[in-house]
Design a protein around this ligand. Structure first.
Ligand code: 4VN
Length: 324
């Protein structure tokens, strides 16, 4: 029995914000942002929360496949910007799409969230206990961004994407290899919405930071060192050669970073999918959004070996090789 990714989908909020729009109220410029990040504009929610974006992506996936939400055995949702601490955003999505029989939970692994969630889902499916499962990556980064901080506000955007996994009667399988890592010693490199202990029995401690705070240089240097290593390892684990990889669908954090990763891995940059210019960094949303766009544009063909790689807060990083 194999597990296949049968359908993909994504949803971006309609409202877009250009670099020039940002330069209206922040000391930045279109030239700087494009040159240093590759970003031209990003989609920003005008009221939709993470569960709304994820539900729209989910509905599109179900409609494309022509199945009802009631057929889903589970929903796993990767996000660092959940609607609330509890319930899980996955349970809110369950309600919004009517997936009555699914069990639902969130995965918290920042920009690597979709990679972790997809790996987790593939192993759940391999137990043989489930027939259909939805894996979503969704973020409303705009609600945790400090819109006065030009070092982070220009980088992020909102959006959601996902995939449908189905158990096959045949041995056909989408999952070829995986390589997952974390380094919690560097958990302070990217933080958002910290929750200090607070109760009537302790004196009020330090003020909590709500906004996203990032050690940009630190994260960038980590990515340049760790991502080429996980790419090489996952190719080895899959007993493949670089030439066998048709596409790299990498977390869209920074175009310059992806160029550096291409050089270090000697995988031609033409094989790197790109949508950062139109979406910015949508964290856990970025890989499934890009994957769906590359399938829709027929860049990705059935049978292609696709290397997915995510990296970010936690620190977390990891790669999967999949085939459609
Ligand atoms: C992975 C990365 C980033 C990230 C970090 C820094 C950064 C993206 C700093 C230097 C600046 C250009 C922008 Cl590599 C973020 C995440 C979180 O998803 C994950 N850009 N920059 C410059 O050139 O001065």
């Amino acid at each position: 029995m194999g597990i296949k990714i049968t359908t993909t989908g994504h949803y971006l909020p309609a409202f877009t914000v250009s670099n020039d729009d940002l330069a209206q109220f922040m000391d930045t410029s279109d030239e700087w942002i494009q040159k240093r990040t590759g970003i031209k504009s990003r989609h920003i929610s005008t009221g939709e929360n993470t569960s709304d974006l994820a539900s729209e992506a989910a509905k599109r996936i179900l409609a494309k496949r022509g199945i009802s939400a009631e057929e889903l055995d589970f929903i796993i949702l990767a996000t660092m910007t959940p609607d609330s601490l509890t319930p899980s955003t996955a349970c809110v999505v369950q309600d919004k799409i009517g997936a009555a029989k699914a069990f639902c939970f969130d995965v918290s692994a920042a920009c690597s969230g979709f990679i972790y969630a997809l790996s987790t889902a593939s192993h759940l499916m391999k137990s043989g206990n489930y027939k259909k499962g939805l894996v979503l990556g969704a973020e409303t980064m705009s609600k945790v961004i400090n819109w006065q901080d030009r070092s982070t506000a220009v980088l992020f955007g909102d959006g959601a994407g996902g995939v449908l996994l189905e158990a096959m009667d045949s041995e056909e399988d989408s999952f070829i290899a995986e390589d997952l890592h974390s380094d919690g010693t560097r958990h302070m490199a990217l933080v958002a919405d910290q929750k200090n202990t607070q109760n009537p029995f302790i004196p009020n401690n330090e003020e909590q930071s709500y906004y996203l705070e990032m050690d940009g240089r630190g994260i960038f240097d980590f990515a340049i060192r760790s991502v080429p290593t996980t790419i090489n390892h996952v190719i080895e684990k899959g007993k493949l050669n670089k030439e066998d990889i048709s596409w790299v669908v990498a977390h869209q954090a920074n175009k310059r970073l992806l160029e550096a990763i291409s050089k270090k891995t000697k995988i031609p940059f033409e094989k790197f999918g790109l949508n950062i210019s139109e979406t910015g960094n949508t964290s856990a949303g970025s890989i499934p959004i890009l994957l769906d766009q590359m399938i829709a544009s027929k860049q990705i063909q059935p049978g292609d070996n696709i290397l997915l790689t995510g990296f970010g807060g936690g620190l977390t990083w990891g790669s999967l090789i999949i085939k459609l």
